[in-house]
Design a protein around this ligand. Structure first.
Ligand SMILES: [Zn+2]
Length: 506
């Protein structure tokens, strides 16, 4: 047993910097009348000399009393110069008879605070100055700020003194952080900065991209069981520690009855609702990270909201108004086929690069063609030969009589303009076929990079011809024009660009 003022405790641990008791276990205390707050106050007065607090506890402010099966936990925060001291709390744990049996303490000895007072001459940094510094430190530009930025003047412990400091809470998006940052009101230096959003890596079960491809079996049907071998266990990166599927690049927040797993294991099968949430999370997160790896640091770099069961028909969409994705559950649920997920994500990518993209018939067709390209390009190299050039083969088992069943193909023979029929998905096959030939000429990554790049040169109501020229220009900027002739040739043969008469000039 160790003495602690008028009481004793089995163990007393001391604060490294202050030397005062930081924690005491198995305290022998007397039962007390009155409220828990009164009992905790009386207990603290009894050990105030040991804690080096004023005898009347005048620099402590009662905060709250929390009830639990252990009794009552009473919290006080320490103040100095009318401002709270960051992290300076004392908590007294009382049993049901108001006996203190345990406490924790991070308050500063009063003599240290007196020294701090002498030093705290004047406050050089105003709230406005400090805010500017805080926002710049965490790169919180106006467009990234997610909610209200709050501020408070506090005392921040630095060694054996405190410094007046501005505390800011700054919620930002893309990626999401809740910053807590302290700027010295004396020097303007950053005293402390931390992100209060904690993330974790979880595990999930997915189709990658779908069971038809994985099992190389076009006879699978929505109404029949899908063999276990079609599933793959994957890592889910950056998910919220709270256990819902919120991450830096996708949130299933629009989904009703979202799944939650506090141990971050999301191992569902397709008959469980959570499966589609995991599909959307994994495939969008991975695609966004791939796009970043190609050098695009700010294309749709935000948690896109997703509803994995938005409507009962066999249709999915990206909403340019809500900037969110909604998947249909008719036929094979769309979010069960990663190629449908990536197709829809393609629309959000274009809208991020060219706001309002798709404001003409041909731009609309390019939107469909790009989405098919994006999905097809990502998965193609892992597909069995007869499923290559084919997008959405699992989704298509519900409505296609072809073998293999395809939502759409990437190797269309259609020509421009004679095969244009005015329906954006049909006409999109003309565009995706050109992009597909570019991929065959350049290879996957170089083509993906070129194609994503050229969107930056487009207007929202662009034409096939504009976009073909933009691809050639983008290749000039990226590759010194190494693929210009091959790309031009693809569009000439398709009927989109006119054949150049002579080789001279442009
Ligand atoms: Zn589409």
């Amino acid at each position: 047993m160790q003495k602690l003022g008028k009481v004793s405790a089995e163990k007393v641990l001391r604060h490294k910097t202050y030397g005062t008791p930081r924690k005491a276990l198995a305290i022998k205390d007397v039962a007390r009348k009155g409220t828990p707050r009164e009992a905790a106050t009386a207990f603290l007065k009894g050990i105030a000399p040991q804690l080096k607090l004023p005898a009347d506890l005048s620099n402590l402010k009662y905060d709250k009393a929390v009830q639990s099966p252990l009794g009552t936990h009473v919290l006080f925060q320490q103040y100095h110069d009318k401002k709270p001291i960051t992290g300076a709390w004392v908590k007294v744990d009382l049993d049901p008879q108001n006996r203190a049996y345990h406490f924790t303490n991070n308050t500063m000895p009063v003599h240290m605070l007196e020294k701090s007072a002498e030093k705290a001459a004047k406050r050089a940094w105003t709230q406005a100055d400090a805010k500017k510094k805080a926002l710049a430190t965490v790169k919180a530009t106006q467009s990234r700020i997610r909610g209200q930025v709050t501020s408070e003047l506090v005392n921040f412990p630095v060694g054996k003194t405190v410094q007046p400091a501005w505390k800011f809470l700054i919620p930002v998006s893309a990626p999401p952080h809740d910053w807590r940052i302290y700027i010295s009101a004396r020097s303007g230096s950053v005293l402390h900065k931390e992100d209060m959003i904690k993330t974790a890596t979880g595990k999930g079960m997915v189709f990658d991209p779908n069971p038809v491809v994985t099992l190389n079996n076009t006879k699978l049907r929505d109404s029949k069981p899908v063999p276990d071998a079609a599933y793959e266990q994957v890592q889910l990166r950056g998910i919220a520690a709270s256990g819902v599927l919120d991450g830096p690049y996708i949130s299933t927040s629009e989904t009703k009855n979202r799944v939650k797993s506090t141990n971050h294991a999301f191992l569902f099968k397709r008959n469980q609702a959570g499966f589609k949430e995991v599909m959307a999370y994994f495939h969008i997160d991975r695609m966004q990270r791939y796009i970043q790896s190609l050098g695009f640091k700010n294309v749709n770099h935000r948690p896109i909201p997703v509803n994995i069961a938005g409507q009962a028909d066999d249709n999915s969409f990206y909403s340019p108004v809500n900037k969110s994705l909604s998947f249909g559950t008719g036929g094979v649920d769309d979010a069960e086929d990663a190629e449908i997920i990536l197709h829809e994500y393609g629309h959000s990518i274009q809208d991020a690069q060219v706001p309002g993209f798709g404001a003409s018939k041909e731009a609309g067709a390019m939107g469909e063609g790009f989405g098919d390209y994006l999905a097809g390009s990502f998965f193609n190299d892992a597909k069995p030969a007869h499923l290559q050039n084919c997008v959405g083969s699992w989704d298509a088992t519900a409505y296609s009589k072809d073998d293999p069943p395809c939502l759409r193909r990437l190797d269309s023979k259609k020509r421009y303009p004679k095969d244009i029929d005015g329906e954006v998905h049909d006409d999109g096959e003309i565009w995706s076929a050109c992009l597909w030939q570019i991929r065959q000429a350049m290879g996957r990554k170089a083509a993906d990079k070129l194609i994503l790049s050229h969107h930056f040169l487009l207007q929202k109501d662009t034409s096939f011809q504009d976009a073909a020229e933009a691809l050639i220009q983008a290749d000039q900027q990226l590759n010194g024009g190494a693929n210009g002739a091959a790309v031009r040739d693809i569009f000439v043969r398709r009927g989109i660009l006119a054949a150049s008469k002579r080789k001279s000039g442009l």
